[in-house]
Design a protein around this ligand. Structure first.
Ligand SMILES: Cc1cc2nc3c(=O)[nH]c(=O)nc-3n(C[C@H](O)[C@H](O)[C@H](O)COP(=O)(O)OP(=O)(O)OC[C@H]3O[C@@H](n4cnc5c(N)ncnc54)[C@H](O)[C@@H]3O)c2cc1C
Length: 385
């Protein structure tokens, strides 16, 4: 089996990258150890956003490109086909919490400076936009209307259909086993559960298992120290609730930091960065239940009536594991010292899949590094320079 490029990992990142490579006319093989989208891409908060990515302008722009490309794909193929809810996000603030209020206003100004669509809203506007939310007397918010909620299973299904329509081949339940190289060490293919595949370009998009996959495929144990950590997070999904209960993704980091969104099952999906911190070292069933109750309690402060009768036992709890690069930013580019090998490993992969997938397609297909990708190459990290 001969291909122009092989991608290892059929999560949202590997699928998006394969999609853009096939759009460039490359003959692609996508190799997935289990089923497409069954890794971290099946257990996340699904928020395509750049409003929470402000520590670094280049990283913000990369995420903003992801948000914009979802919009363009939705125009081209239809939001429903892609599984995109173009809801926009609301982030609350209160004047009675002056430090937080000032920080939110500063954040809004920064987003506007960066050219990101964002408006400040008063309480009256919020009452109209979200009548079910129990607003504090001094509640205000900023809205980022271009942000999306992505049904990742549906989006991955769409990408897979497109890959196949353009001649790509997808191999599920097929683990990558070993990289095949010529006498000079250049990649010539991949040994897999289903036999050998030939290609001169190999892209590893294995999510949180990137270090282990690199080590096992190359036989070099040093890759166990590849600078990507695993960071778990807890997600709670309620059973279906009243239709149209909320219309936006809600983000509140006041006294009770919580975010929730209308899930595609008709309920709410709830998460909290603070609660994630409480499961990092203890993922026992007792602690997950306890933290699930905490998520419900936090969401109830904003939706007391709707969540009043919802019990933890009626909800679904799931843990997802983020691939978290050492400096918090994406890794995407050639593997230094190799010929023909590339790596993509990132958190915020739902947002970034179209951006990183398409920029990496330019690199892998054309051999040139797009400017936007330069800050995310591996050579910025210790040991790879
Ligand atoms: C709790 C939580 C909340 C999140 N919320 C958001 C959010 O709101 N917005 C956002 O943008 N991002 C969010 N993320 C991050 C996002 O989910 C991930 O960045 C994204 O899903 C990563 O996709 P991936 O394709 O890199 O990895 P994965 O989805 O894990 O895919 C990697 C695939 O590689 C396969 N694989 C591994 N080894 C092999 C092998 N040897 N051979 C073949 N295949 C192999 C695996 O089976 C897997 O399917 C969240 C993550 C978590 C955990």
């Amino acid at each position: 089996m001969n291909f122009d490029a092989i991608i290892v990992g059929g999560g949202i990142i590997g699928c998006a990258h394969a999609f853009y490579l096939t759009q460039k006319g490359l003959k692609v093989a996508l190799v997935e150890a289990a089923s497409l989208g069954s890794g971290t891409s099946a257990r996340n908060f699904s928020w395509a956003n750049a409003s929470t990515k402000l520590s670094d302008a280049a990283y913000h722009r990369l995420n903003a490109l992801g948000v914009r490309l979802y919009g363009e794909l939705a125009t081209q193929f239809g939001a429903k086909t892609l599984g995109i809810n173009p809801a926009g996000a609301l982030e609350f603030a209160r004047k009675s919490r002056p430090a937080d209020y000032a920080a939110k206003q500063k954040k809004t100004a920064r987003l506007v400076d960066l050219g990101y669509l964002c408006h400040w809203l008063d309480r009256n506007a919020l009452r109209i936009l979200e009548p079910s939310i129990a607003l504090a007397k001094d509640a205000e918010a900023f809205i980022t209307p271009d942000e999306k909620i992505v049904n990742t299973a549906r989006f991955i299904g769409f990408l897979a259909d497109q890959i196949k329509q353009r001649g790509g081949q997808i191999f599920e339940n097929c683990s990558a086993r070993e990289i095949l190289a010529d006498a000079d060490g250049a990649v010539i293919g991949l040994a897999t559960d289903l036999g050998e595949m030939a290609a001169k370009r190999l892209v590893i998009a294995a999510g949180p298992n990137t270090p282990e996959v690199l080590a096992s495929l190359t036989g070099f144990d040093g890759f166990h120290r590849f600078p990507v950590n695993k960071l778990p997070g807890l997600l709670l999904t309620t059973p279906p609730l009243a239709p149209d209960l909320i219309h936006h993704l809600i983000h509140s980091d006041g006294e009770t930091e919580v975010h929730f969104l209308p899930d595609f099952n008709g309920g709410l999906r709830i998460a909290s960065d603070e609660v994630d911190g409480l499961i990092t070292n203890d993922q026992s069933p007792d602690n997950l239940r306890k933290q699930g109750i905490e998520l419900l309690r936090r969401a109830k402060t904003l939706l007391p009536d709707a969540l009043d009768t919802v019990l933890i036992d009626d909800c679904k709890l799931a843990i997802g594991v983020r691939a978290y690069p050492q400096d918090g930013k994406s890794i995407a580019g050639p593997l230094p010292g190799s010929e023909g090998m590339y790596v993509i490993a990132t958190h915020s992969g739902v947002t970034l899949a179209p951006a990183v997938g398409s920029l990496m397609a330019e690199l892998v297909a054309d051999g040139t590094v797009p400017e936007m990708l330069r800050p995310f190459l591996l050579d910025r990290l210790e040991g790879f320079g």
